[in-house]
Ligand binder design. Structure first.
Ligand SMILES: [Zn+2]
Length: 303
């Protein structure tokens, strides 16, 4: 009787009540912290032009991004919920547009041996990620076929890029802006580019399913995304992600909540116009967490 009184009065635990577990503060998971910056370069050269960056600039950008706690992701990581990204790192995707020769160049030694030009984009990236293995590995080369991709030896170079663990994306057949042609003609830019890739890569063409729109834009309200989403090449979706150049930072919220088509409007930042220090000052870049409260807790940036 006394026991029943104590239970009713709340002094003793009742069956079925478990003590509240304290996992500590939740990881930072707000929109504020969920930015997925995707940056883009074009030519990497000492010859300055509107869209170029110097080899020294690329090296210093990589170092600054590494020092700021970033981790390299590839397009497939966005579909995987960024599960490859270590908990104490924040994701970044690095892309190179057009397939310029200075992105992947060989230099000939006096004895005739072909060596990777240490100042080409590929060599700069490879050297940095070999020296910093915790930076992740892999960047994206978006290739357009209005010129010879990488200047020369295209077949060997495209295969080598994939062998090295980097990603190749589709930057169209003729580099025509998708705002200047109707969506009904997008396939004329997407599919012939895939045929060109297939001639050099064979079955590996199935790895190429993301598009960077030439000129960096697609029209809104013109069925652009649904047209891209319905396009097929050899029985597979021809385009599963599309990349703009709009100087913004995408988030999972933006990618997954735009009526199902957010993956066709992933933002990119043109590094000819922005600097890494400026990028780091933006509040929508993902904030690093101090610790993961529990192994069973979601990573803070899961969709
Ligand atoms: Zn381009």
């Amino acid at each position: 009787m006394i026991l029943l009184f104590l239970i009713l009065a709340g002094f003793l635990p009742r069956a079925g009540t478990a003590p509240a577990l304290n996992y500590g503060p939740p990881p930072e998971a707000s929109d504020y912290a969920s930015g997925i910056p995707v940056i883009t370069y074009h030519q990497i050269t000492l010859h300055r032009s509107t869209y170029s960056a110097t080899p020294a600039r690329l090296r210093s950008d990589l170092q600054r991004l590494y020092d700021a706690g970033f981790f390299l992701i590839l397009p497939m990581d966005i579909d995987d919920g960024l599960s490859r990204v270590p908990f104490d790192r924040r994701p970044i995707m690095i892309t190179f547009d057009d397939g310029w020769e200075d992105n992947f160049r060989y230099v000939e030694e006096p004895d005739g041996e072909q060596l990777l030009d240490p100042d080409c984009a590929l060599a700069i990236v490879n050297t940095f990620i070999e020296e910093h293995p915790d930076f992740g590995r892999g960047v994206v080369f978006f290739i357009s076929w209005d010129k010879v991709p990488f200047g020369i030896h295209t077949e060997e170079k495209l295969n080598t890029v994939l062998d090295m663990g980097h990603c190749i994306g589709n930057h169209s057949a003729d580099h025509l802006s998708f705002t200047k042609i109707p969506p009904s003609r997008y396939h004329e830019q997407v599919i012939p580019a895939l045929v060109s890739f297939q001639h050099r890569l064979g079955l590996r063409v199935s790895d190429i399913n993301v598009v960077a729109y030439p000129g960096g834009r697609i029209p809104s309200g013109a069925d652009a995304e649904s047209t891209l989403a319905s396009m097929e090449f050899q029985g597979r979706p021809a385009v599963i992600q599309g990349y703009l150049v709009d100087g913004a930072v995408s988030s999972f919220k933006r990618i997954y909540e735009q009526e199902g088509f957010g993956e066709y409007r992933i933002s990119r930042i043109d590094m000819a116009l922005y600097s890494v220090p400026r990028l780091l000052a933006w509040s929508n870049i993902m904030v690093k967490s101090n610790a993961r409260p529990s192994l069973h807790d979601d990573l803070p940036w899961r969709p």
